[in-house]
Design a protein around this ligand. Structure first.
Ligand SMILES: Cc1cc2nc3c(=O)[nH]c(=O)nc-3n(C[C@H](O)[C@H](O)[C@H](O)COP(=O)(O)O)c2cc1C
Ligand code: SF4
Length: 397
């Protein structure tokens, strides 16, 4: 039997195979943040398709940490019944489910949250929205740390199998741990240890409310690809070591961010037309010019985070590593596990196109996934269109 179908223990849960659906924003929640039937169906299908562990799209833990209108919320107790229905549906099909908890920090808009977005520091405008964030006060930092813990409690009440802290892709935790975003001179900045403190405190508070043995994972950037130095592979190695020492149950590694380097995050084609059309009219000429200049610079590469995995794995000790980014060939996935570059195969876009791909691989009917990394599903999100494979074009284009 292929190594891909050997079970793995993560904390006190066992995953039946090595496949993880990496968190994928669905654009399917109600405007209140509540789980919808459409969202539940999406995960029922994936669970039927035998994905071992499902991580739904990032969930906002605080109203000010919301990024999108149709993002799932875990910011108040009214969300719990819907989240419970989601968990029960996935469990019924034999898969495990972990919630990814997030706060957008500066990576959102005033129109979304009703006030100027918060960040560790106020310096630097968002190059897309031109927003200059407000520097968080100490009491606001504490409030957000507690929001992660309270949201964890809600996840536990919903019956989830574990949680993942979203410390990647330029969201608030990433902002605190990155020297590009964090210019604070107090206890929350100024050194790697101080910048890491926010993640450390969130982890510590979250662990206090998690039942004994229930796993906590972290998704971390190994490279921010920001215009000036943010997280680099060597800093990511340090953070990975610290996270393993703090007793996390699994580390997923990624890179890039929607604002500064979405093409590093999702290597492949630049869907110029679809992305330009999502911009307001007055931003389109400049947007078109910028997007066109990116064409050909981020061509798809198989397993584009493997080199980072090779650096991170040795410092993790027994902590499992989940690799995401461009894993498309079954032989390559097996190689990653056999050579112990990583312990689990995490994918996003392939599951959008083929929810049943794991079953197909298991039955010997697929040597590769069908996703061609055209990134139109990613463009769909910017139009508030529910995620699915739009390889042949977006509905209105
Ligand atoms: C439509 C879409 C939505 C995404 N939403 C999230 C998300 O909610 N949280 C997250 O950590 N990553 C998110 N990602 C990034 C993926 O989890 C993954 O890291 C990236 O797509 C690379 O993996 P892949 O090559 O298997 O697609 C998203 C990607 C896509 C295409
Ligand atoms: S639109 Fe379809 S083929 Fe294109 S990246 Fe998304 S899932 Fe893959």
């Amino acid at each position: 039997m292929s190594i891909l179908f050997t079970p793995i223990n993560l904390g006190n849960i066992q995953i039946k195979n090595r496949f993880i659906q990496s968190a994928t924003y669905e654009v399917m929640a109600a405007e209140t943040g509540e789980v919808s039937d459409k969202l539940i169906k999406r995960y029922q299908r994936l669970a039927k398709g035998e994905v071992g562990l499902i991580i739904p799209g990032y969930m906002y833990v605080h109203p000010l940490g919301r990024s999108y209108k149709h993002q799932t919320g875990i910011h108040n107790d009214a969300m719990i019944p819907g989240l419970r229905r989601l968990v029960e549906t996935v469990h019924k099909e034999g898969a495990k489910i972990v919630f990814q908890l997030a706060h957008a920090g500066r990576q959102t808009t005033k129109s979304m949250i009703g006030e100027t977005p918060l960040g560790p520091s106020s310096s630097g405008r968002n190059p897309i929205t031109f927003i200059k964030p407000k520097e968080m006060r100490a009491d606001q930092i504490e409030e957000v740390i507690q929001a992660f813990a309270i949201a964890t409690n809600r996840a536990v009440e919903a019956g989830v199998d574990g949680i993942q802290l979203h410390a990647a892709h330029g969201y608030l935790i990433n902002q605190f741990i990155s020297p590009f975003f964090n210019h604070r001179k107090d206890d929350w900045g100024g050194s790697d240890a101080n910048r890491f403190r926010f993640l450390k405190e969130v982890l510590s508070e979250v662990k206090k409310v998690l039942p004994q043995g229930m796993p906590v994972f972290v998704k971390l950037n190994t490279h921010d690809y920001t215009p000036r130095e943010g997280i680099t592979p060597s800093l990511a190695v340090t953070y990975a070591r610290w996270l393993a020492e703090l007793g996390i149950d699994g580390l997923e590694i990624s890179c890039g961010s929607p604002v500064y380097s979405f093409m590093n995050m999702c290597r492949g084609d630049v869907p110029v037309k679809e992305l330009v059309n999502s911009l307001p009219f007055w931003k389109r000429p400049l947007g078109k010019h910028m997007l066109r200049s990116m064409v050909g610079k981020y061509n798809f590469e198989g397993g584009y985070n493997i080199e980072a995995a090779k650096m991170i794995k040795p410092v993790l000790g027994k902590t499992p590593l989940f690799l995401v980014g461009g894993l498309r060939q079954v032989a390559e996935m097996e190689d990653v596990l056999e050579k112990k570059y990583a312990d689990c195969i995490s994918m996003s876009r392939p599951f959008i196109r083929e929810p049943f791909i794991v079953k197909k691989i298991k039955e010997g009917n697929a040597k590769a996934v069908a996703c061609v990394s055209c990134n139109r599903c990613l463009a769909a999100v910017t139009h508030n269109i529910p995620v699915q494979c739009y390889n042949k074009g977006l509905p209105e284009s």
